[in-house]
Design a protein around this ligand. Structure first.
Ligand code: ZN
Length: 233
């Protein structure tokens, strides 16, 4: 069986890390609204792949997260005068119902970001220790894209090329404009958790890495999601 490898940019023979087994993770939704048909297409595609692997006799372990804390959820909650947790709960249930309507199998493991804060903090601490991330005075922690010379390898996009065209968030605390938040300091009224870097919440990019590590063990065989997630996710 040939699968497209995003790292080498070509189709390659699928060779499981552990014989007869496939560990598979598919990025889940940020639960701030109903999903649209394009989202459903992604999840349906990976459901077909999962089922085919099972049909071929592989023992497939499939994990998918729910991003239940994020700017989009907080903004929606503020607009509607509700709590972020309430919005997340409503659209988590809606997502699961929609998946069932499409006949998509439930994941074996469905972690939720807000219940994985400790695992994410551990990962951030490790990245700081190894010099891949740095805390700043405001209480944010950033991933340093320059510290990882493989950064951008999946998308095949070079940081210096990107710089010319892309609009990036201006922030004096970042060492590089493309550095992204692993941990975000809490603003008033936002959901937050205590951390070694102060009250705050995890950045979106921390989530999948921490959950994969915790629930599937790294490395895994297949990481799926929308093509728009390849960079910079
Ligand atoms: Zn993800």
């Amino acid at each position: 069986m040939l699968v497209y490898n995003s790292q080498t940019h070509r189709k390659e023979e699928l060779v499981p890390i552990e014989e007869g087994k496939i560990r598979m993770y598919v990025c889940g939704p940020t639960v701030y609204d109903q999903i649209h048909i394009g989202n459903a297409r992604t999840f349906l595609s990976f459901d077909v792949i999962r089922r085919y692997l099972m049909y071929k006799g592989y023992q497939v372990t499939f994990a998918q997260n729910l991003t239940d804390v994020d700017d989009k959820i907080i903004n929606r909650a503020n607009d509607q005068g509700r709590t972020a947790a309430d919005v997340a709960e409503e659209f988590s249930a809606a997502f699961i119902e929609q998946m069932h309507r499409f006949g998509i199998m439930d994941p074996d493991i469905r972690p939720r970001a807000t219940r994985e804060i400790e695992a994410m903090q551990e990962m951030i601490s490790l990245l700081i220790q190894k010099g891949f991330a740095y805390p700043v005075p405001s209480g944010d922690v950033y991933f340093s894209v320059r510290s990882d010379h493989n950064y951008g390898i999946l998308s095949g996009r070079d940081l210096d090329q990107l710089r010319a065209g892309e609009r990036v968030e201006v922030n004096d605390e970042k060492r590089d404009p493309f550095d992204f938040a692993l941990w975000k300091a809490a603003k008033p009224g936002e959901p937050s958790w205590p951390s070694p870097w102060g009250e705050g919440r995890p950045g979106w990019h921390t989530e999948c890495c921490a959950m994969i590590h915790r629930y599937l063990g790294t490395p895994i065989d297949i990481h799926g999601g929308g093509a728009d997630l390849i960079f910079p996710h």
